[in-house]
Design a protein around this ligand. Structure first.
Ligand code: TXA
Ligand code: MG
Length: 311
């Protein structure tokens, strides 16, 4: 089933494929013209580096200059899975991939199709397979929406997690999270037995300088996205889509989606809801804020993505 896509990648073309987080836009990590096509297709600024996707732990050594014992512990524990690790890079890694930085981001995704694809045609760079600024794709249809009906995409239905991987910089002291994801900082601290810095994105200019992707507007639909006010009445307003996780609305309506504390489901569906909002002509997406006492390992990632979409 994958033959055609493997062939395309080997010929230096780009192909969208499923991972457990979101669909990625893959290209041969060692082929500069293929990598260039990724930037062009997405309309991605060239100063925003890409993640290299591998399918074994030893493959990291093709790209990383130093692999510490702690890095190995993390890889053994969390890979394959939604954790991207940043290492000091080897000189031969393409500057195009790392946007000229001295570091390289690497992850081993979990989806069986992505593993087979990488085994046959990888390592692959793969940003999320959306046009720059649009919500990441969690279904093959989303990729076609952005790149056209004929674009080669390996369709494996909905992705399991729906939000992009956690990005952890192992070249910083202390280690630092640039993008929260399904693997939480608490889990990471537990495994390596020391504190990491979990300050995310906009709070820190330093993060923006170190991880360029965090600087750009992201994940946003055309509809306005905003947080629900505490005293706000939830209306059967056909122009507003409400995403609630804890409050119970007095009435029901197609425009009121209730997650009843299922944050994982909200994570799986968030980007799909953003895209649906645009397709169905909603003017606003209004999302219930998270309370401090709510505990779910996905909440920091959800807050981060929603806050980025709030204009
Ligand atoms: O779940 C994911 O990570 C998905 C799937 C397809 O694997 N990929 C993804 O890639 O989200 P992308 O390109 O949309 O986001 C990569 C993020 C960007 O914010 C980028 O700036 C950051 O990782 N990044 C990549 N290399 C970096 C580096 N060397 N130093 C700091 N940040 C880096
Ligand atoms: Mg992206």
């Amino acid at each position: 089933m994958l033959d055609r896509y493997i062939q395309l990648l080997r010929e230096g073309e780009i192909v969208a494929f499923p991972t457990e987080t979101v669909y990625g836009l893959g290209a041969d990590a060692w082929n500069p013209s293929a990598v260039q096509k990724v930037f062009k297709k997405k309309g991605r600024p060239s100063d925003n580096p890409l993640i290299v996707h591998v399918d074994t732990i030893p493959a990291v050594e093709q790209f990383a200059r130093e692999v510490s014992d702690e890095a190995r512990t993390l890889m053994h524990h969390f890979w394959p899975g939604p954790l991207t690790l940043i290492f000091k890079k080897k000189a031969e890694v393409l500057d195009l991939v790392t946007a000229g930085l001295d570091t390289v981001a690497i992850r081993w995704p979990k989806h069986p199709l992505s593993q087979e694809l990488i085994a046959q045609a990888g390592p692959l760079v793969a940003p999320s397979a959306n046009s720059s600024g649009r919500p990441s794709p969690t279904r093959a249809e989303h990729v076609r929406e952005d790149f056209g009906e004929d674009f080669p995409v390996i369709d494996a239905g909905k992705t399991a997690i729906g939000l992009e991987s956690t990005v952890l910089d192992l070249s910083a002291t202390p280690y630092r999270i640039y993008r929260p994801g399904a693997i939480s900082w608490q889990e990471i601290e537990k495994i390596i037995g020391k504190k990491i810095s979990a300050d995310d994105d906009k709070k820190s200019d330093n993060t923006a300088a170190k991880s360029p992707g965090t600087r750009y507007t992201h994940y946003a639909p055309d509809a306005i996205v905003r947080w629900l006010d505490v005293n706000e009445t939830i209306a059967m307003d056909s122009r507003t889509l409400y995403l609630l996780h804890s409050r119970r609305p007095k009435q029901e309506g197609e425009n009121i989606i209730v997650y009843e504390g299922d944050f994982q489901k909200l994570g799986r569906e968030l980007y799909d809801r953003f895209r649906q909002a645009d397709q169905q002509g909603y003017k606003a997406v209004v999302i219930e804020p998270f309370a401090d006492e709510q505990e779910d390992s996905l909440i920091p990632a959800l807050k981060n993505r929603i806050q980025k979409a709030v204009k």
